[in-house]
Design a protein around this ligand. Sequence first.
Ligand SMILES: N[C@@H](Cc1ccccc1)C(=O)O
Length: 502
Amino acid sequence: MRLPQRQLAVLEAASATDERTIDEMATATGLKPETVVGAAFDLRDEGLLSLAERTVDTLDLTDEGRRYVDGGLPETRLYRAGLALDADESAVSMGEVIGEAGLEGPEVDIALSNFARKGLGSIDSGELRVDPDVDPDADPEAAALAALVEGDDPAADEAVLDQLDSRGLVDRAESVTRSATLTEDGVDALMTGVEATETVSELTPELLASGEWRDVEFSEYNVEADAPTARGGRKHVLRRTADRVKDVLVGMGFQEMEGPHADSDFWINDCLFMPQDHPARTHWDRFALDVDPMDRIPDELIARVEATHRDGWGVDGDGYHSPWSEEFAREVALRGHTTSLSMRYLSGIAGAELEPPQRYFSVEKVYRNDTLDPTHLLEFFQIEGWVMAEDLSVRDLMGTFEEFYRQFGITDIRFKPHYNPYTEPSFELFGEHPETGEEIEIGNSGVFREEVTGPLGVDCDVMAWGLALERLAMLTTGAEDIRDLHGTLADIDFLRNAEVSY
Ligand SMILES: N[C@@H](Cc1ccccc1)C(=O)O
């Protein structure tokens, strides 16, 4: 019998009585493990070897995990600092607790989100309270980390290990070990004597010129051989979703809007008939900027918006009858929605043509002082849009959404009546999460009131919306936590592997 050199070497390294692993045979033959695997597969196909496969889980602490074994988990440090400041008795300012805990940089986010996830207390309006009934020494994640550092079995639930893995505190890997034993045919072959054939893995000009190619044996491609995973760069899931959104909207006849992230309250709120004492306009919710007030706002527009806030628009209108401050309107903050762009475009100052019909959109970042949780980020992307035309109805709005979401394979959106100071009627949109089955809010919409369009000089209907890009991505990728998508806690494995399903 003749076998290629490397197969013969592997055959000779195998035993009929002991299982030999690929690594053992690689050491014995001096071949690379991947070469041994390839040869072993071929020998198995010839019936000379039998191969057994075993999958083993390995679990290693990452540097971050190791740090927490010594210093404590950030959320536990936050909890203990809270206790030290009597936050079990009454709420304490978050800044103070963070300072007491000595948390810095990304650890602050990590502490806050895990504090909330584990129910160690509550965070509301910038203040923190700790739950006195929690036992900070009984944390299963901390216990598993401590066991691992000692080299012990963490003896933890699968859910705890998954959590440590998604926090990047452990490296979890599955490795496959293959081992071989000689079959009876293999033993027979060795006893009767096997000769080596020369195999050639590359067809060279010399082989061709000499005609030797006729006599040599070519090694085969082994598509099952283990190979390292090659990771090239790839576009972020969210960017791919945003690009797709733009394509879809452009396909539906929309043009793109652009404008400032930091804008005056005038464009962000006043144009939208949002009363100046609306809760969303307090310092809790907005990120105010300490910069000069915005001066380039048309005077006539300011006058019309002010009059509308005071007395309403049109003969039957009614305003808020409360003081309106031009100074406040000119203050600059990070926009909490991109409806500020819609206001700029509808007013005509952005240079857009105002004759109906018009369709505009943007996919841009907005900023809100929300509490981080699985469906909320402090910075996220809104898909803003509006259509200006004569005689629009709610049916047009619903039809637009149905068509838009259908492009992403989402055909079961639901509508619920809602209230916005600037639209009437208004409704929110919901979609069903493909993994959890939960209904999640994916957008807010309505037809702008005359109090909004009137002062801007628009005298036909305008229907408009703000949809959440991250929530759309949650529906299309199945991500269950918005923080896996972007931000300091993003899940790198998810970002590497997520497919955008359309
Ligand atoms: N600005 C709203 C979305 C919206 C835009 C335009 C009209 C109606 C609703 C939000 O952020 O939730």
